[in-house]
Design a protein around this ligand. Structure first.
Ligand code: SIN
Length: 328
């Protein structure tokens, strides 16, 4: 269906795309989140004259992403999506936690219009700056009729929120979608589809679920199962108030025996445990060898192929009351 709305709202949150270094040759010693979103947009001639609005939501290095910023972002995205004149939203973001923000927004909002996260692997001052083209491609997807849901657009590819992950710390083409692969390529402003656009992974949980105070969100931590793992880590996290634990398990959902009894104790105390594989590609495959149980071979909840960092969001949302109390 052809949309009559045409405005794209660009929300800036910081990241390398807004980063600066002293020299155009410096691609590692820069400071992220220095240039405002209006200046970033104005610096891209191809965007001139387009129906765009730019708004600064945050200005941070995304390694420091907080739940409070996520709450503000979800609220602002929902506000703009509700405007009839808006065809889609672009969010400029750091690459380091982009995949987490993408999944968080998808699960909360499951938007019927496109919400496109984009970023850059080189600062704006670099001779190799990739931000401007990524921004152009992101705006193109945000205008795309039929596009919906939260996606990431980087290096000429469109990735779904469910599958996208940062796979390389330095290369320009740093993002992958694992087994699933990207949704589409963007070539000279046109989308070449590679697989069907997700029709919706899940219904959005809604903003009311989040309440008005991110500090009240359940505490969910990630424990990695590795050689020499110690159950004391689990005990310490529970003592520090964790209400949920995601186990980044080895292989097809296996967990070091040293963690098992501590996880069993945690569950007895009401802490919810969710399993995700630490393998970079592919989901845990159910079958004859169930993931090691916490007793009586019961199975931990599946993560539908989510990475540990996205499973953490999933469990946190699961542990929230149906509707969090609004702030007094
Ligand atoms: C960040 O995640 O904010 C810094 C790194 C990047 O954007 O590439």
């Amino acid at each position: 269906m052809q949309s009559t709305s045409s405005t794209v709202v660009i929300l800036g949150t910081g990241g390398t795309i807004a980063g600066t270094a002293a020299s155009a040759a410096d691609n590692t010693g820069y400071t992220a989140a220095q240039i405002g979103i209006k200046a970033l947009v104005d610096a891209v001639p191809a965007l001139a004259g387009m129906p765009l609005e730019a708004e600064q939501l945050a200005q941070i290095d995304s390694k420091d992403m907080t739940h409070a910023v996520w709450l503000a972002l979800a609220q602002r995205v929902a506000y703009h999506l509700a405007r009839a004149s808006v065809s889609g939203i672009v969010i400029t973001h750091g690459t380091d936690t982009l995949e987490e923000t993408a999944w968080f927004l998808q699960r909360v909002l499951a938007p019927a219009k496109p919400v496109v996260l984009t970023a850059a692997m080189r600062p704006a001052t670099s001779a190799q700056a990739d931000g401007p083209q990524n921004l152009i491609d992101a705006v193109c997807v945000a205008h795309q009729p039929g596009a919906r849901g939260v996606v990431a657009v980087l290096a000429g590819a469109v990735h779904s929120a469910h599958d996208v992950h940062k796979a390389h710390p330095y290369r320009l083409d740093a993002f992958r979608s694992g087994d699933a692969g990207p949704l589409a390529w963007i070539e000279e402003g046109a989308l070449r589809a590679l697989r069907p656009w997700p029709d919706d992974v899940a219904l959005g949980l809604g903003l009311a679920k989040l309440g008005a105070d991110a500090a009240a969100w359940p505490v969910v931590e990630i424990v990695i199962s590795h050689a020499g793992a110690r159950g004391a880590v689990v005990d310490a996290l529970c003592a520090a108030g964790a209400g949920g634990l995601v186990v980044a398990a080895t292989g097809n959902g296996t967990v070091h025996e040293s963690l098992l009894s501590a996880l069993h104790r945690a569950r007895d105390r009401g802490v919810q445990v969710m399993l995700a594989t630490r393998c970079v590609e592919g989901p845990i495959v159910a079958g004859r060898r169930a993931p090691a149980g916490l007793g009586n071979h019961e199975r931990w909840p599946p993560t539908t192929g989510l990475s540990p960092v996205k499973a953490r969001i999933e469990l946190m949302l699961t542990l929230m009351p149906t509707s969090m109390p609004p702030q007094p």
